[in-house]
Design a binder for this molecule. Structure first.
Ligand code: AMP
Length: 250
């Protein structure tokens, strides 16, 4: 079984985002960009399936700027993916268009399983996996904290509001990863060096004939409001009095 893993290049999670002075977006010039953390979990799960003998090949695909090849496809291959696909574009591609492009890749590659992150930490959309499942007509197990292959398909334990839910999916299927699914391995320097010889196919959006025109317009991006300075109270009684004054306590 082939496993396809879509990965996104995003602002590194350790970097504090800075809003551009004109309020049109987040400033991405000269800042560290890395693989979306949930996608590292997706790669890890795919590589573990291969190590167990359940998967035969792990293919990683990214839609983004040319630098995504070194920033994310190299890391993914160093973690154990066999080959990469870069669909190069300088445009911002919204989740529906990403899902349409991934559906085309799935038609070409015929994977038995697609593992995505549950959300990209830059847009927090949490849409692509669900829309891809709908476009392909495949079953989906989103927010997975455990996956097990067995019978004709796979069992996915999902993190839902009230606790955990286990669903049984027929393959081919879509899984999206939650934080507790696994702890991804590091891409070590020797593995990064070795990964350079694993192939990457370079494509463009035009190769897939998909309409990627944006449906959304960003009106304004602003920094979160700054917290005002707090005060220190001398005793619990004083705290209760102050809370009463605010209408928080009776
Ligand atoms: P989102 O729906 O934007 O929150 O993203 C959910 C998941 O879809 C990500 O964790 C990735 O697995 C995948 N994805 C989103 N955007 C891209 C992209 N540009 N290239 C490849 N995969 C993507």
């Amino acid at each position: 079984m082939k496993v396809l893993v879509p990965v996104k290049r995003v602002l590194d999670y350790n970097v504090k985002p800075r809003v551009k002075a004109d309020g049109t977006g987040v400033d991405l010039a000269n800042v560290k960009m890395s693989m979306n953390p949930f996608d590292e979990i997706a790669i890890e799960e795919a590589v573990r399936l291969k190590e167990k003998g359940a998967a035969t090949e792990v293919v990683v695909v990214t839609i983004g700027v040319a630098k995504a090849e070194t920033d994310v496809l190299l890391t993914a291959r160093a973690m154990g993916a066999d080959r990469g696909i870069l669909i190069q574009t300088d445009d911002e591609i919204e989740p529906l268009a990403v899902a349409k492009l991934l559906a085309k890749v799935a038609e070409e590659e015929q994977p038995g399983l697609i593992i995505l992150g549950k959300q990209a930490i830059d847009d927090d959309s949490n849409q692509t996996g669900q829309m891809l499942a709908a476009l392909l007509g495949w079953p989906q197990g989103t927010f997975a904290s455990k996956v097990e292959l067995g019978g004709n398909g796979m069992q996915v334990t999902r993190e839902v509001d009230g606790g955990l839910e286990t669903v049984d999916l027929k393959l081919p299927a879509i899984v999206t990863t939650d934080l507790r699914l696994n702890e991804p391995r590091y891409a070590t320097l020797p593995n990064i060096m070795k990964a350079k010889s694993k192939p990457v196919a370079k494509k463009t959006v035009a190769d897939y004939g998909v309409d990627t025109a944006p449906r959304l317009k960003t009106l304004k991006v602003v920094e979160p409001a700054k917290r005002t300075a707090g005060i220190k109270v001398g005793s619990v009684d004083e705290l209760v009095e102050k809370l009463k004054g605010l209408g928080v306590a009776k």
